[in-house]
Structures are given as structure tokens and as C-alpha cells.
Design a protein around this ligand. Structure first.
Ligand code: XMP
Length: 512
């Protein structure tokens, strides 16, 4: 792999993704990883990320100069560009000239390998206080900016290079090309990380891990568990059984999507547990959001564990499939093995005394790779490109007590909103659009000749990269109008449709 050494920037994962986008496999390690630990991964190249520290402050995380002596190609970015320069005999100084944001670089007349034939002046994204004032001996300086004379250096013979700017962000429009050239032309790495190769490799790993054992996978209806299950199904066929808990808080058509579409696409063994009554009983009289979440999580685990026991009684099910993704692995320390168990049943998390060995076939993948793998495995678009939906489902989109009738009302309104957004071609533009029923609020309306006294629903369309922050989506008025007209006409309990125009923060995406 290409190893990205994370110096504490928020960019390390992004760098790894960019490397993978040119079909080269890459992993992130913390800057505390030793040279031996890095070399144990047999790196094809090493990329040093940016970071918040100042390269010449005494407690700055440094680079072990030994790393440069391993014969592995190295690329430095921003802070990594500076520590690499230092390690190789160049100089870094606080010149007092900071650069933040969009900056223009001038490519030297000999642009070297990385910048050859790029526009003589082009935009890049900079974010640094210190600067490299002298490149390592033997390296050519191939780009500069007004305040940063050494904005890029390279030494193809010694197979190292670097840039002061951030090639991984979109504000550096040629950055991806520069990364590609480093990997291909300086490090000599061939682009072999394709979706087909990911599938093959994962199937191999799953077969090795599970041997002739049996595995259980909980399906939530979401992308991750579906793709994880589809991969394991390819690897071990009938010895996988999927469990799908219908908690009654699903949206219209979601159970069918799993029972019909997913099964048709994969041929997987599926057990559906119909627990709708049980969840409604447990939620009776409850209005507090946290309480609802706890109850739903608790019931979910109980139902799922019962399903596990039933299966164990029938066969030697020793493995549990989880849809853990790479960002979760990196964020929880990146430890190997099955140490970090995340709540990928999508609801409350797994019990502590796990009686299973975990199988996590998506552990190395980013979300966009998971989607591509899903398509490669023949899963339908509706599953692969499904927008996020919270584990507690419609239970946290009814403000007030959850009842059977209220669920029916919300399901109908939600189905209309989704239909109209889809037919307006907006699915890829929005992150998700919760529809929320204000079940304890009533307002007066008029319909035909009659007075109505119904409930409002809230449309909450948001745009986001990762759900940590979000902005409300400016949906076209005509789409909003169609949604509103249809909901108020077709869903008799709803006589008002309102739009949530709050960003996150301060609002969360969900209302509860
Ligand atoms: P909030 O409301 O915190 O939501 O802004 C952020 C994202 O997480 C989803 N969400 C959940 N997903 N279990 C989940 O699997 C949950 O309990 C849960 N709560 C919120 C939400 O839909 C949004 O995408």
C-alpha cells in the first residue's frame, strides 16, 4: 500500500481517498508509527500529510530520518513537505509570511515531473505559517508562489518530492494530477486497485477467515450492511444467514426492498423478524427523544439476540458480519483485529459479551468504494445509493408519542416527498430529507368548504458531506409546491407543510 502518515491534519483520510481514486491502494497510519511498523506494511510509497504543528517547534511531531533511508519513495504535503525537507538536509523557517487559502503558484521553466506542462500559473490551496527556505541538496525547486519561493521540490533519482500546498483538496485543481504523477512517474506504482480487485481480494480474505463456518449478518436496509452481506454471500454462499428486524419504524417500501430486491440480487438466505407489535408496545406513552432511542436500541438488541440464538440452535454460527467502514477504523485508532465494535446494526450497538468473531469486509473501504463494490456485486441502485436513514427510523421523526396511526400518516407523507424529489432528479443533490410529523401540534385549515384541524409535517432537506455539519438545501419552489400540494391532498391528517431552514449547527439533521 501507499502509507499516508497522519500528522494530525484533517486531510490525511482525504489524501488516502485521492490516492485510491487513481487506483492505488492506500492506508493511513498515525505519525507515532515507528519506521519498523511502517516498513512492516511493505509500503510502495509514503506520503507525509499536513499538520497543525510548526516544524521547528521543540515538541513538533517529527519524521524519523531513518524513514528516508528505506529506499521507499516519499512525498511530503504541507507540514510533511517541511519535515521531509528538514530530514533530508533542507531548511525550514518561520519567515513571517503566512499563506492561507487560494494562492497562485508559478511553475518553474523546468516544471520537473510533477508540474511539467501544467499552466505556468495556477491556483492551489495553501495553509502554512512556516516555509521551506532551502530545498534538500540535490532536489530541484519546480514551483513557487509570491511568498513561498520553495513551493515544490523533487528529486526523481532519490525518489522523493513534495509540495507546500494541499494537492488533495478541490481548491487545487491540478493537485490530483500532481499526486498521480508522483505515484506513477516517481514511485513507479501501477494503478491496480480496481473495484473488481477489491471484490476478489475481500472474497479471498472472507473465505480464509470463515473457513467452513457459518455467519450471521444483520441487515438494516442501508448500504453498508447490504454490501457487507453481499460480499460474504459471494464468499460462503448458503452458510451466511441474514437477519432483518422489521421494527415497524421503517419507511414505505423498505421491507420489500430487503425481502424482494436484495434477495433477488444476491440469493441470500434471509430471516425476517416481524417485531412491529413489540416495538409499538414498548414505545407506548413515551415522548422523550432520548428515552425513545434507548427503548428502540434495547428492543432491537433483544430481538436480534433472540434471532441469533434461534440460528445457533440450528447450526454452528460463529461469525457475525459487520459493515464497519475505514473512516471508523481510522478514527478509533486504526487498531487491527476486532477490537472496536461499532453500532452497525444501525441502532443501539452490540452487547459487550459478544459470542461471535467479527467479519468486517468493508473495514478497508471508504463509502464511495463501498457503493462501487455494491454495484459490482449487482445490487440495485435503490440500495447502493440510498440516503442515510437513522436506525431508530420514523420513531424519532414523530414528535410526540409513536402510534400505529401516526406512523401510517408519516409514512404516507414521507413516501410522497421522496417520490417527488426522485422524479425531480434531486436525489444526488441532497444528503437526505427527513419528513417530520408534529403529532402534538394542530392547526386550523380549510379544504373544500370545510374546516380542518390537522397536523403539520416538516420538510428537512439538507446538504452535507459527512452529516457532521449540514446546510438546508434550497429546493426549487415548484418541487416544494408539488410536495406540499400532494401531501395536503393525499394525507388526510396533514393540513400544513412547513420547511425547516436551519443549518447544522445549530440544528441537528433529525428533530429528535
Ligand atoms: P443528527 O440528527 O445528529 O444526524 O444531525 C446526523 C446523521 O445521523 C443520522 N442519525 C442516526 N443514524 N442511528 C443511526 O444509524 C441513529 O440513532 C441516528 N440518529 C441520527 C441522521 O439521519 C443523519 O444522517
Amino acid at each position: 500500500p501507499v502509507i499516508v502518515v497522519d500528522f494530525g491534519a484533517q486531510y490525511a483520510q482525504l489524501i488516502a481517498r485521492r490516492v485510491r481514486e487513481v487506483q492505488v491502494y492506500s492506508e493511513v497510519v498515525p505519525h507515532t508509527a515507528t519506521v519498523d511498523e511502517i516498513m512492516a506494511k511493505k509500503p510502495a510509497a509514503i506520503i507525509l500529510s499536513g499538520g497543525p504543528a510548526s516544524a521547528y517547534s521543540p515538541d513538533a511531531p517529527g519524521m524519523d530520518p531513518e524513514l528516508a533511508k528505506q529506499g521507499v519513495p516519499i512525498f511530503g504535503i504541507c507540514y510533511g513537505f517541511q519535515v521531509l525537507a528538514q530530514a533530508l538536509g533542507g531548511t525550514v523557517e518561520a519567515t513571517g509570511s503566512r499563506e492561507y487559502g487560494r494562492t497562485e503558484v508559478a511553475v518553474a521553466s523546468d516544471g520537473g515531473i510533477l508540474h511539467r506542462e501544467l499552466p505556468a500559473r495556477h491556483q492551489v490551496w495553501m495553509s502554512h505559517g512556516d516555509s521551506v527556505t532551502k530545498a534538500p541538496p540535490g532536489a530541484a525547486v519546480t514551483a513557487s508562489s509570491e511568498r513561498t519561493p520553495v513551493a515544490a521540490y523533487e528529486n526523481p533519482d532519490e525518489r522523493y518530492a513534495g509540495v507546500q500546498y494541499h494537492p488533495e483538496v478541490l481548491h487545487s485543481p491540478h493537485g490530483q494530477e500532481v499526486l498521480r504523477r508522483f505515484l506513477r512517474d516517481i514511485a513507479g506504482i501501477r494503478p491496480e486497485w480496481t473495484t473488481a480487485s477489491i471484490v476478489d481480494e475481500q472474497i479471498g480474505r472472507i473465505r480464509t477467515q470463515i473457513g467452513d463456518g457459518r455467519a450471521i449478518c444483520g441487515l438494516s436496509g442501508g448500504v453498508d450492511s447490504a454490501v457487507a452481506a453481499a460480499l460474504v454471500q459471494r464468499a460462503i454462499g448458503d452458510r451466511l444467514t441474514c437477519v432483518f428486524v422489521d421494527h415497524g419504524l421503517l419507511r414505505a417500501g423498505e421491507r420489500a426492498q430487503v425481502e424482494r430486491d436484495f434477495v433477488a440480487a444476491t440469493g441470500v438466505n434471509l430471516v425476517t423478524v416481524d417485531a412491529r407489535e413489540r416495538f409499538l408496545d414498548a414505545l407506548a406513552g413515551v415522548t422523550d427523544p432520548e428515552q425513545k432511542r434507548k427503548i428502540i436500541g434495547r428492543e432491537f438488541i433483544r430481538v436480534f439476540e433472540q434471532a441469533e440464538r434461534d440460528l445457533k440452535a440450528k447450526g454452528d454460527y460463529r461469525f457475525l458480519v459487520q459493515g464497519t467502514l475505514y473512516p471508523d477504523v481510522v478514527e478509533s485508532g486504526g487498531g487491527a483485529g476486532a477490537s472496536n465494535i461499532k453500532s452497525h446494526h444501525n441502532v443501539g450497538g452490540l452487547p459487550e459479551d459478544l459470542q461471535f468473531e467479527l467479519v468486517e469486509p468493508l473495514r478497508l473501504l471508504f463509502k464511495d468504494e463501498v457503493r462501487r463494490v455494491g454495484l459490482e456485486l449487482g445490487l440495485p441502485e435503490t440500495i447502493v445509493h440510498r440516503q442515510p436513514f437513522p436506525g431508530p427510523g420514523l420513531g424519532i421523526r414523530i414528535i410526540g408519542e409513536v402510534t400505529h396511526d401516526r406512523l401510517e400518516t408519516l409514512r404516507a407523507a414521507d413516501a410522497i416527498a421522496r417520490e417527488e424529489l426522485t422524479s425531480a432528479g434531486l436525489d444526488r443533490d441532497i444528503w437526505q430529507c427527513p419528513v417530520v410529523l408534529l403529532a402534538d401540534v394542530r392547526s386550523v385549515g380549510v379544504q373544500g368548504d370545510g374546516r380542518t384541524y390537522g397536523h403539520p409535517v416538516v420538510l428537512r432537506p439538507v446538504s452535507s458531506e459527512d452529516a457532521m455539519t449540514a446546510d438546508w438545501t434550497r429546493l426549487p419552489y415548484d418541487v416544494l409546491e408539488r410536495i406540499s400540494t400532494r401531501i395536503t391532498n393525499e394525507v388526510s391528517e396533514v393540513n400544513r407543510v412547513v420547511l425547516d431552514v436551519t443549518s447544522k449547527p445549530p440544528g441537528t439533521i433529525e428533530w429528535e
